[in-house]
Design a protein. Structure first.
Length: 533
């Protein structure tokens, strides 16, 4: 599946930074391709070909995407909104940033976005300026506690309350604040000066050093900054009915002690144990790491990826399947591939394609869902029909054992994750086994297939041990045998002739659980299985 992710362009903005962090996690999804675009106008939006994508995700605030509304949003793809403190009703699905909401009426809650491999990120931090480096690395003394906080400059974020709290409890300390100017706040510079002056007035002890930077720091620099502090503190006002604060995502990621107020914006991780209005500073330091372990698991990148996969799969469910009664295949192979993959714009490698329409396993996928691929066929009589009826795809008239698959696929920019592999050759002359061995040696290291139908024709004889060797090859490559010895009705009896596989890296595990069986299935039993998805 191809999913477009739309963000706006102004970097000094919490909405923008959230979008960057979320996309950088989602892009690691194996079976979904996420494409990132920054859009700041309706013209730029219209210029996108929405039909190229299965769905569009909007990192949305009504101030950052004022140009988008119910009248101009595309109907060619499904639209998924991540709303930032904005109520909207013209999207197909809402992904709520509060991970604890009740899910109903096409509203889903999604995990928070955390950084993983944090030690590697911190060790490899590249500073965007010498000033930022000096600010982060200065006044680091293991014998003097360092208290830090960060965020765009608003008076309700309580920076002055942190200064007052530290002055009340310590005679010697370092306080560091990163308070950059916000792109969408015209009064940001004035507010930042007011915050700074208020903090300076409350910092009354000579040995408490207060450092404030109004520079913009990259996400990696923020993580480095937080990692060097003794305690990170966030004392926002209560602010009922506001969204979830992203500052906590950073604080959780670095696995250093942090403390909070009772703000509504911290409701997703709140506990009296880490609230400075209920618990002393030293006890918050002791409590926070233990309390926050649960969230490192709950908000893991894997859980986030899987939740979006679940949302996307549900929103487009049945969009790209065709009616089983209209199957063009001998035994519902096209329905199997369509149901399991559930996408448009798929790719295939069809070895032994035979007639390009009649009994063909990929014709309907190409005709109705814009799939394309490489077809290999030995019989030259089909060549004119390929030219006429299969315009999206490449064909080669050749012995399947002689084809340079790697060269053709590389030269035509095939994706490394392909949706379907068919091998349907003559098992009795060893071409079936020889071709599979060639694929294993030349392309399986680079190219992976979501679904495979492999014709071993065991009913006609165990030629060259093809069935057993093929199963060993596919198993070693990580494929799961979903339907073994699929039965075809031939000479007044059901006879085993094919194995069907799924690769678990590319297909949802729930589909695998629903389909997998150790029994040999006939066409009616396959139909029943597919209809259960």
């Amino acid at each position: 599946m191809r999913i477009l992710f739309i963000n706006h362009k102004k970097k000094q903005c919490g909405v923008y930074q959230y979008g960057i962090r979320l996309f950088n996690v989602l892009k690691n999804t194996i079976d979904i391709e996420y494409i990132y675009k920054e859009i700041d106008s309706l013209d730029e939006y219209i210029a996108l070909n929405a039909n190229d994508y299965n769905a569009i995700i909007y990192n949305y605030h009504n101030d950052t995407m004022q140009w988008l509304n119910k009248d101009n949003i595309t109907s060619e793809s499904k639209n998924i909104c991540i709303p930032h403190e904005t109520k909207v009703n013209f999207f197909d699905i809402i992904c709520n940033l509060d991970p604890n909401i009740d899910e109903k009426n096409n509203n889903y809650s999604i995990p928070r976005v955390l950084y993983e491999n944090i030690h590697e990120i911190i060790e490899n931090t590249i500073y965007s300026s010498d000033d930022n480096k000096i600010f982060i690395e200065s006044y680091i003394d293991k014998n003097i506690p360092i208290f830090g906080s960060f965020g765009f400059g608003f008076l309700n974020k309580g920076f002055h309350k942190i200064v007052e709290l530290i002055n009340d409890n310590y005679d010697e300390a370092i306080i560091k604040f990163i308070i950059p100017i916000a792109d969408f706040d015209p009064n940001s510079s004035i507010t930042n000066n007011e915050i700074k002056n208020r903090c300076l007035l409350l910092n009354k002890k000579e040995k408490i050093k207060l450092l404030i930077s109004h520079n913009f720091f990259s996400n990696e620099e923020i993580l480095k900054f937080l990692s060097l502090n003794t305690l990170n503190i966030f004392l926002y006002d209560y602010m009922y009915n506001r969204g979830i604060s992203s500052t906590i995502d950073y604080a959780l990621s670095v696995k250093k002690p942090f403390a909070i107020s009772d703000s509504y914006m911290f409701r997703h991780i709140y506990s009296d144990k880490i609230c400075l209005y209920k618990t002393k500073i030293d006890d918050c330091i002791k409590n926070s790491l233990d309390h926050c372990k649960q969230y490192l698991t709950k908000y893991s990148n894997l859980n986030l990826i899987n939740k979006f996969r679940f949302v996307i799969t549900n929103i487009i469910k049945n969009n790209y399947k065709f009616n089983i009664e209209n199957s063009n295949s001998q035994l519902l192979q096209d329905c199997f591939v369509s149901t399991v993959s559930n996408i448009k714009n798929g790719f295939f490698l069809e070895i032994g394609s035979n007639h390009p329409i009649n009994g063909n396993n990929t014709y309907l996928l190409e005709k109705y869902h814009n799939w394309k691929g490489l077809m290999i066929e030995y019989d030259k009589k089909f060549e004119p029909l390929y030219k006429t009826h299969r315009p999206n795809s490449i064909y080669q008239i050749d012995d399947a054992q002689n084809v340079n698959y790697r060269k053709i696929m590389d030269n035509n920019n095939f994706p490394t994750n392909i949706n379907y592999l068919q091998i349907d050759l003559d098992v009795n002359n060893c071409s079936t086994l020889n071709t599979l061995i060639k694929l294993n040696e030349t392309i399986f290291d680079k190219y992976k297939f979501a679904t495979v139908t492999f014709e071993h024709d065991i009913y006609s004889g165990d030629f060259f041990d093809t069935r057993q060797i093929s199963r060993k090859i596919f198993e070693e490559r990580g494929y799961i045998l979903i339907f073994q010895d699929v039965l075809v009705f031939w000479l007044n009896d059901y006879r085993p002739f094919e194995d069907w596989y799924i690769h678990p890296d590319l297909i949802d595990s729930n589909i695998i659980l629903k389909l997998k069986t150790d029994n040999s299935l006939n066409i009616n039993e396959i139909k029943e299985k597919l209809l259960s998805i």
